[in-house]
Design a protein around this ligand. Structure first.
Ligand code: SF4
Length: 201
């Protein structure tokens, strides 16, 4: 089974609890106003990887607490990500998933892939980014409507409250910046005259 991947980071500390392997999936139908991840909207194949290829990469990471799926819209590739999440949890690692959908809508659909991904997600963040409800007071999310759902007992609200929003900035060998985490990206772009290439939901 294959996943259309926008980007992978082997290790990040700003996309969920602890150090995490992070997968931005390619493709999102929502087109939220103010989205800073527009490069992930297209459904054209970007980097196609099998579940097993990604799982092998995850197994090589020595000190990660878990894996985060974001995008793009992870539930548009729920069959494959559900399978990957199942494998990730079998290693004792946690799974965090972001979605622009609402948990109740995902459950209502009774879609096999949705149910599999939900069954193997420890922490779900639901709700699309809403620029009219912009709020950076909670970790990893950018608007007030977004909700944390503790789908297993792996995490609790006390765990979440230990974290604050932070950014990581990477410069690759060609001089391109990759910025991830959560912050006021409009302000950063304006202040630094940067093109922020992509961020999460
Ligand atoms: S904010 Fe998230 S859900 Fe909304 S368009 Fe961007 S990637 Fe899609």
């Amino acid at each position: 089974m294959e996943i259309n991947v926008f980007k992978i980071l082997n290790k990040t500390e700003v996309e969920g609890p602890g150090k995490r392997f992070c997968i931005w999936v390619q493709g999102c139908l929502r087109k939220c106003e103010g989205c800073h991840a527009k490069k992930t909207w297209s459904h054209k194949p970007n980097k196609i990887m099998t579940v097993d290829e990604i799982f092998e990469l995850i197994k090589k990471q020595k000190d990660i607490e878990g894996v985060t799926f974001l995008g793009g819209e992870p539930f548009e590739q729920a069959d494959a990500l559900g399978l990957l999440a199942q494998k990730v949890q079998s290693l004792g690692l946690s799974v965090m998933t972001f979605t622009g959908a609402l948990l109740e809508d995902l459950k209502y659909c009774k879609d096999k892939g949705f149910d599999l991904l939900l069954a193997h997600t420890d922490l779900l963040v639901d709700g699309h980014f809403d620029s009219n409800q912009f709020d950076l007071s909670r970790p990893w999310v950018g608007s007030k409507n977004q909700r944390y759902h503790f789908l297993t007992d792996r995490y609790s609200i006390d765990d979440i409250n230990k974290y604050k929003n932070k950014l990581e900035i990477r410069i690759d060998k060609n001089g391109f910046l990759f910025v991830n985490g959560m912050a006021d990206f409009d302000k950063i772009e304006n202040d630094l005259c940067l093109q922020v290439p992509e961020i999460k939901v």
